[in-house]
Ligand binder design. Structure first.
Ligand SMILES: Cc1cc2nc3c(=O)[nH]c(=O)nc-3n(C[C@H](O)[C@H](O)[C@H](O)COP(=O)(O)O)c2cc1C
Length: 363
């Protein structure tokens, strides 16, 4: 790839200046310490990847009830903020930018994660079919969640707002609202998991109300130009489905567009399983509905990423697994260097192995 490649050109996402168009996708690695506090090892991992134009942090629970996997970091207390502060300082010292992904897993959680062993919460009392993980990472059947009372939802919106403040206090350049992959906000958006008959269910406007309220609160808290939104309209994981994904997500994208966010992040999971989450559509059809910057993701390589930006389908491209295995992915693309293969056995949990020990390319 030549130095003039569009992927190596700087750009701006809202208030965040990127030195290139390659973004590290959010990647849960389950290596937080006691109390779900970020560790120095996590700091080393992110520092190694600071040549990405932007790092999106691993999903980070906004409150204890939002946790669904062991050793995922939080952003709801002083120790967690202090732990993250060391990481953002390390990334910034290395010339990088980093935003925090705000997360509540909803019904993907298990009572073993919940304060007082309560049931996980969701829009409706509908269990995911299949097995999830408990707090010991043991496979267990998903539980039937408790449907949130309407009065509880504004309280969770406030928690998102507080978490966004915490992220800025921890030195992040912004936040990404995680409304993808079948977690709480996505559970509200799609009619397979949201059977409510109040103001948070039924019409698309009602199903999107929780997300819109979160967008409203978080943008008011930290500025829209420091807020991104992630959606995955065709993702079937975590039991997700929608009777009309195009109607749902085109309306959501149009509505959020008015907020002038830093970026919209469209993850393509499910495009290779047509119809698994409802009638499929071409994700590029969302592009004309969004007046701001667009980030795309899912199985991109250098050539496809270059084409997506050249064709105008995207402004920046996020890479997940390639950044796990190649801390110096940007340089490898620059040099047309071969890529390390990722070891999936070390994705979730463990120590430095498969985390901070991937070699950089020596030309
Ligand atoms: C180990 C692992 C952890 C992930 N964790 C998250 C996460 O915390 N938040 C999220 O939105 N997506 C998460 N994803 C999805 C990735 O962000 C990305 O969408 C996916 O890997 C596809 O991109 P890729 O083909 O470039 O890897 C995860 C994926 C993997 C493989």
């Amino acid at each position: 790839m030549s130095e003039t490649s569009v992927l190596l050109q700087p750009t701006v996402l809202g208030a965040i200046e990127l030195t290139n168009r390659l973004v590290m996708a959010p990647l849960t690695r389950c290596r937080a310490g006691a109390g779900n506090v970020p560790t120095d090892l996590m700091g080393e991992y992110y520092r190694q990847r600071a040549s990405a134009g932007l790092i999106i942090s691993e999903a980070t629970q906004i409150m204890p009830e939002g946790q669904g996997y062991p050793n995922t970091p939080g952003i709801y207390n002083e120790a967690q903020i202090a732990g993250w502060r060391k990481i953002t300082d390390a990334v910034h010292a290395a010339g990088g930018k980093i935003v925090l992904q705000l997360w509540h897993v909803g019904r993907v959680s298990h009572s073993s994660f919940q304060p007082h062993g309560a049931l996980p919460v969701a829009p409706s009392a509908i269990a995911i079919v299949g097995e999830g993980r408990d707090a010991a990472f043991k496979k267990v059947p998903f539980e039937t969640p408790r449907a949130l009372d309407a009065a509880e939802i504004p309280e969770i919106v406030k928690v998102y707002e507080l978490a966004a403040h915490h992220a800025i206090a921890a030195g992040f350049d912004g936040v990404e609202i995680h409304a993808a992959n079948g977690y709480l906000l996505d559970q509200f958006l799609r009619d397979g998991s949201n059977h409510r008959s109040d103001q948070y269910g039924g019409s698309i406007e009602n199903r999107a109300r929780f997300l819109m309220d979160v967008v409203d609160a978080v943008t008011a808290a930290v500025g829209a130009d420091r807020v991104g939104l992630r959606i995955s309209p065709l993702q079937p994981a975590n039991g997700m489905s929608d009777s009309d994904p195009w109607a749902t997500f085109s309306q959501v994208v149009r509505a959020v567009d008015a907020y002038k966010l830093a970026y919209l992040h469209v993850a393509g999971m499910g495009v290779d399983q047509p119809g698994a989450a409802g009638p499929a559509f071409d994700l590029n059809a969302l592009r004309p509905l969004w007046s701001g910057k667009m980030m795309v993701n899912y199985h991109y390589d250098q050539a496809r990423a270059e084409a997506a930006v050249q064709d105008g389908h995207a402004d920046v491209v996020a890479f997940g697994v390639p950044f796990i295995a190649n801390p110096d992915l940007v340089n490898r693309f620059r040099l047309d260097a071969p890529l390390n293969a990722a070891d999936a056995n070390t994705f979730y949990g463990g120590d430095a192995k498969g985390y901070t020990d991937y070699p950089v390319y020596l030309s």
